[in-house]
Design a protein. Structure first.
Length: 238
């Protein structure tokens, strides 16, 4: 390799390194959090826009509390609402009366309801037929894709790798791809509890794929190729 070619290769390598995305385990202080809410148009007191304005912070919303795709500002989000998650802290409001007594209540806005999201679909109900009970096939958990529709340098979400009442977690970690580049495998911080996974790239993020790795396959079979389920709460991006 001649000196010019070598110099160009080093420069290209340095540029690629400078622009590589970083995996992060906490959102930056100035990153916006988006709470997931489902909308019941029958209960709205006015317009959806007015209802969302009453909800603190920013929101991703959907029109069903289960299996509905999210509408997120500036983001195409390949996850769906899930209303059976446990272990997350519900949004609340705090008021203080004239005597200094503090009251904390669950946040309530007519027409909106706090939700979580998942990478799997909840199957429909079983049906009793003349030949027996027929139940729909449960769709498998999937890798999830997120696409920025406006300039974005950081993306992540709050999630649980488990359900509190279960003895074994769902997932052991994540395979992460940013802008088409495979970042590799990253384990969860803990096998239980609320935590955060995300990416940062000052050069810009166009797309992110998160594939949760099933715990049982990784631990008992040594296979990191099986996709497991996860439960998400808030999305963070800027």
């Amino acid at each position: 390799m001649n000196k010019l070619a070598l110099a160009l290769a080093i420069a290209a390598s340095a540029a690629a390194t400078a622009h590589a995305a970083d995996v992060i385990y906490a959102p930056s202080a100035d990153t916006t959090a988006y709470t997931v809410v489902s909308v019941d148009p029958r209960r709205l007191k006015s317009t959806l826009q007015n209802a969302l304005a009453q909800w603190p912070g920013e929101e991703c919303y959907a029109f069903a509390d289960t299996n509905a795709q999210l509408n997120c500002p500036g983001l195409i989000s390949d996850v769906n609402t899930y209303n059976l998650a446990e272990g997350f802290t519900a949004p609340s409001t705090t008021t203080t009366d004239s005597k200094g007594r503090v009251t904390v209540k669950a946040l309530r806005v007519d027409g909106l309801k706090w939700q979580q999201f998942s990478n799997f679909l909840v199957p429909g109900q079983c049906v009793i037929t003349s030949t027996g009970t027929v139940c729909p096939t449960t769709p498998p958990a999937r890798a999830v894709h997120f696409t920025a529709t406006k300039p974005m340098t950081e993306f992540g979400f709050e999630y649980r790798p488990d359900q509190p009442q279960l003895s074994q977690p769902f997932i052991a970690g994540w395979n992460i791809t940013v802008n088409g580049v495979d970042m590799g495998y990253f384990p969860t911080w803990s096998l239980t509890g609320v935590q955060f996974i995300g990416v940062h790239d000052s050069a810009g993020i166009q797309s992110v794929t998160m594939r949760p790795v099933e715990y049982a396959s990784a631990v008992y079979s040594g296979s990191y190729e099986v996709t497991g389920p996860f439960l998400g709460n808030r999305l963070f991006y800027k």
